[in-house]
Design a protein around this ligand. Structure first.
Ligand code: NAP
Length: 248
């Protein structure tokens, strides 16, 4: 049976890599985006042609519950219910500690925590009905043992997302498995943007494998976690960070 996966924030970075990986593995895909419409629609076309799957790019701000509801309804009408959710959409509005505004802090929590919650709650309706579902939250080592006061809201949001992962796993057991993947430093365009070589070298010194990760490496792990081989993995946070030492 072909399963349908909703990937939030599939237009760029890690979400884009997860979409490529899962499309190549034969999953039907709902590709959510916020601003990057062209990239999402190109990805949809590419995956349909190259992998022969059904793919659908849908705009929604995951922080808006009504938009999430509309997105899932459209997906259900066109592709059927969502079997697997990858809560990947996230923002990191880094700013100097003293300049961080309460609006920025709230927006980060709204997207990174409430967005994941809205999506999980909405797709769980179908998953519980069919007694099967998988939810993967893309968390971060930030908030576990890596802290940057410039990203105080981001760090708090990822700690909250880990907590949400455990609560949802308990709430939805035994039908839906809920896990989180916590990447360390992954070299997406938005992550590398603005860093000079010296900073990157110093960051890589804190990682035992002495390099930053690739989005595809996170995608490989996600593919395994939603496979039937990973059926005994539930309610856990899996780090993928090259052996990153705690830092600040
Ligand atoms: P990215 O390149 O900045 O991409 C972010 C994605 O999220 C984009 O597709 C963006 O869509 C989407 N997005 C943002 N706000 C959204 C909203 N409100 N509603 C729907 N979509 C939204 O980020 P990334 O580096 O790939 O990170 C992806 C995830 O991995 C995030 O949750 C991040 O916290 C986590 N992570 C990243 C790293 C890293 O080092 N890169 C490390 C640990 C964890 P549009 O472009 O369409 O606006």
């Amino acid at each position: 049976m072909r399963r349908t996966v909703l990937i939030t924030g599939a237009s760029r970075g890690i979400g884009h890599a997860i979409a490529q990986e899962l499309g190549e593995a034969g999953y039907d895909l709902v590709l959510n985006y916020l601003h990057s419409r062209t990239q999402a629609e190109q990805l949809q076309q590419d995956l349909q042609q190259r992998c022969g799957i059904r793919a659908l790019a849908i705009h929604a701000d995951v922080a808006d519950e009504q938009q999430v509801d509309r997105m899932v309804r459209q997906a259900e009408e066109q592709l059927g219910g969502i079997d697997i959710l990858i809560n990947n959409a996230g923002v990191d509005l880094a700013n100097l500690f003293r300049r961080k505004s309460s609006e920025e802090f709230r927006r980060t929590l709204d997207v990174n925590v409430l967005g994941a919650y809205f999506c999980a709650r909405r797709v769980s309706e179908h998953m519980l009905e069919q007694h099967y579902g998988r939810i993967i939250n893309i968390s971060s080592t930030n908030g576990m043992n890596t802290y940057y006061p410039m990203s105080i809201d981001y760090d708090a949001s990822k700690a909250a997302l880990n907590s949400l992962t455990h609560d949802l796993a308990v709430q939805f057991a035994p039908d839906i498995h809920v896990n989180a993947v916590a990447p360390g430093f992954i070299g997406t365009a938005s992550e590398l943007d603005g860093y000079d070589e010296e900073f990157l070298r110093q960051e890589c010194e804190k990682i035992l494998v002495r390099r930053y990760g690739k989005p595809e490496e996170v995608a490989h792990l996600v593919r395994f976690l939603i496979s039937d081989e990973a059926d005994f993995i539930n309610n856990t946070i899996l780090r993928i960070d090259g052996g990153q030492m705690g830092s600040c």
